[in-house]
Design a protein around this ligand. Structure first.
Ligand code: GA4
Length: 316
């Protein structure tokens, strides 16, 4: 069993298990290989800020390879994991999330996405190769999704979103989360907070997990629903940046992870952020006649700096 290091376990909030009826069995599924994908994608962003991608063409072996490498790393003795670069913010972290006192039943690796060949050299060769292959495929997927989204929104420039977060100097972050097994929890029919509720500051996030439950999203009425895991698909979250660009039409989805301890959960998430100097403001093309901007303009660097000063669950 993996044992996570300090701070004390009793500081992690315990949540009661969600009722069985609170399962989000109707997660919108967008099949990229089907006609009408652009419209389906926009509808899902309007309704939930969240959807699942099927027909993405990314081979399962690629996902399984990174999952196996991640598990291999997370099963190293705690002292060895601690020797990896500490998460400030990039590197190995456990229980502590971000710099402002948030904690959860999770350990993770955070990477800044970079083209620098000497990056990630603190991880071994097979880990690095699995990581780079996976990230490359997810970037291609992001391009496809973002161009379909622009098409569905009838933006003049189909590449607007993809250029924003896939261009030179864009600020991508990649995260591997491990929610370890905790057999005792099951007996008490309760869950620990794995990753507390929050929204992602970036444009979109693309997530893949193993077949272990835990992810929940908040619906427009504020209720929480559990997302059935699906290791073959990718899940997409609308982030704060996309909420601003659409002047609040798409809502950045609040989500969290509950750890019920029955089975380890591994998730891999790519966060797509703009280049630091990029200006973020509602797109005029998307505003109706007489519609006023709900947000003042800021650069991605200003927003990110502000977001990183907040607690996880704060409204930003
Ligand atoms: C949420 C999305 C990404 O996981 C992340 C997180 C970051 C962190 O873990 O350091 C933050 C969180 C995230 C938003 C508010 C701040 C910063 C923890 C936190 C309390 C890597 C990101 O970019 O923002």
């Amino acid at each position: 069993m993996v044992v996570l290091a300090n701070p004390a376990l009793d500081a992690i909030p315990i949540l009661s298990s969600p009722k069985p009826c609170a399962c989000f069995s109707t997660v919108p599924v967008v099949d990229l290989s089907m006609p009408g994908a652009a419209e389906a994608l926009v509808r899902a962003c309007d309704d939930f800020g969240f959807f699942k991608i099927a027909g993405h063409g990314i081979p399962m072996e690629l996902m399984q390879k990174l999952e196996a490498e991640a598990l291999r790393f997370f099963h190293f003795p705690q002292a060895d994991k601690e020797k990896t670069r500490p998460a400030d913010p990039f590197g190995y972290g456990n229980k502590q999330i971000g710099p402002n006192g948030d904690i959860g039943w999770v350990e993770y690796l955070l990477f800044a996405v970079t083209a620098d060949p000497s990056a990630y050299t603190y991880m071994d060769c097979s880990f690095r190769s699995a990581l780079l292959d996976f990230m490359l495929s997810v970037r291609k997927l992001a391009r496809e999704v973002l161009e379909l989204m622009a098409e569905g929104l009838k933006l003049e420039k189909r590449e607007f979103f993809s250029n924003l977060v896939l261009g030179d100097g864009s600020d991508g972050i990649f995260r591997l989360n491990h929610y370890p097994k905790f057999p005792l929890l099951e007996k008490f029919n309760c869950s620990l907070t794995g990753f507390g509720e929050h929204t992602d500051p970036q444009l979109i996030s693309i997530l893949r997990s193993n077949n272990s439950a835990g992810l929940q999203i908040s619906l427009r009425d504020g209720s929480w629903v559990s997302v059935p895991p699906d290791s073959e698909s990718f899940f997409i979250n609308v982030g704060d940046t996309l909420q601003v660009l659409t002047n609040g039409r798409f809502k950045s989805v609040r989500h969290r992870v509950l750890a019920n301890g029955s089975k380890p959960r591994i998730s891999m998430i790519y966060f797509f952020g703009a280049a630091p100097t990029e200006k973020i403001a509602p797109l005029e093309e998307l505003m109706g006649e007489g519609e006023r901007s709900k947000y003042r303009e800021f650069t991605w660097s200003e927003y990110k700096k502000g977001a990183y000063k907040t607690r996880l669950g704060d409204y930003r």
